[in-house]
Design a protein around this ligand. Structure first.
Ligand code: SAH
Length: 268
């Protein structure tokens, strides 16, 4: 009976940010194939003695498939450990299809994406009542082209929160797209490098006009999340629209209203 392959989200880098389930799988893994330099600590920290541990950074997809199939032949539990959440920019389906073909069982354990860890690091909210209620996770075209209609300029036209992966070396393209979509030069922007990494995390706050220069000054050239959002910096605003959930005049399933609302009577 071959083993099962688990695609586990390691989280953004801090080994404490893996899920309890992901960690339990590492602790009983016979073989671990980890992706990228950000998750090797979790792999080596939680793996049992004698576990086969391999970095996939120099492997092709075909080599990874061969490795996973061979490991599943020898072990009950095989872990493919990926940064953040496996469903985001993780080549998940390219790896699961050959497993399906070979009749190998697999499952996914989600992880804390770097988009969320970056917001956490900076103490920012990605949604804010009446400012933005939408988060777009995207990237700009590098060697991977963007599908038609998903150009950053088109997505930025919503003026919602944008979490931009894999694009720190293309910051100039990000600036150009936001300008073309009508974002102001003083629109706040945030770049977080190695979010959640103890001792290595860098947070750069700037505006559309100066974020590139600030990132250059900080020598940020890889492993960074770009966030553009009208909600950035809200903790310092002089006034804020209240979240209805905690507004005393707003009742919901778990709490009746304690004051009458002057405005919107709707219950969500
Ligand atoms: N699946 C991952 C994303 C993989 S793509 C996730 O859910 O986070 C790799 C990109 O993710 C990097 O180019 C960078 O934009 C971002 N990234 C990954 N780890 C990061 C971290 N700790 N801090 C900031 N950005 C990170």
């Amino acid at each position: 009976m071959p083993g099962k392959v688990w695609f586990v989200g390691a989280g953004p880098g801090d080994p404490d940010l893996i899920t309890v389930k992901g960690r339990a799988l590492l602790e009983r893994a016979g073989a671990i194939l980890f992706a990228g330099s950000l998750v090797d600590v979790a792999a080596t920290l939680y793996a049992p003695n004698g576990c086969e541990i391999r970095d996939s950074k120099d492997m092709t997809l075909e080599e990874m498939t061969v490795w996973l199939l061979a490991a599943a032949d020898r072990h009950d539990t095989v872990v493919r450990l990926q940064t953040g959440d496996p469903s985001l920019y993780g080549a998940l389906v390219e790896m699961t299809r050959p497993l399906d073909t070979a009749g190998i069982a697999w499952a996914v354990v989600p992880g804390v994406s770097s988009a969320l860890a970056s917001a956490a690091a900076a103490g920012e909210t990605l949604t804010l009542p009446e400012v933005t209620q939408t988060v777009i996770l995207t990237r700009v075209a590098g060697r991977t082209p963007m599908p038609a209609g998903e150009e950053l300029e088109a997505l930025a036209a919503h003026h919602s929160t944008l979490c931009i992966f894999l694009s720190i070396t293309l910051l100039h393209d990000v600036q150009r797209a936001l300008r073309a979509a009508g974002w102001a030069e003083d629109a706040p922007m945030l770049v977080v490098q190695k979010a959640s990494w103890p001792g290595a995390e860098k947070i750069v706050r700037g505006t559309l006009a100066d974020i590139k220069r600030k990132c250059q000054a900080e020598k940020i050239g890889a492993q960074a999340m770009i966030i553009a959002s009208p909600a950035l910096g809200a903790r310092d605003w002089p006034s804020l629209v209240r979240s209805k959930l905690y507004d005393p005049s707003f009742s919901h399933r778990f709490r009746p209203a304690t004051a009458r609302s002057p405005g919107d009577p709707s219950h969500e």
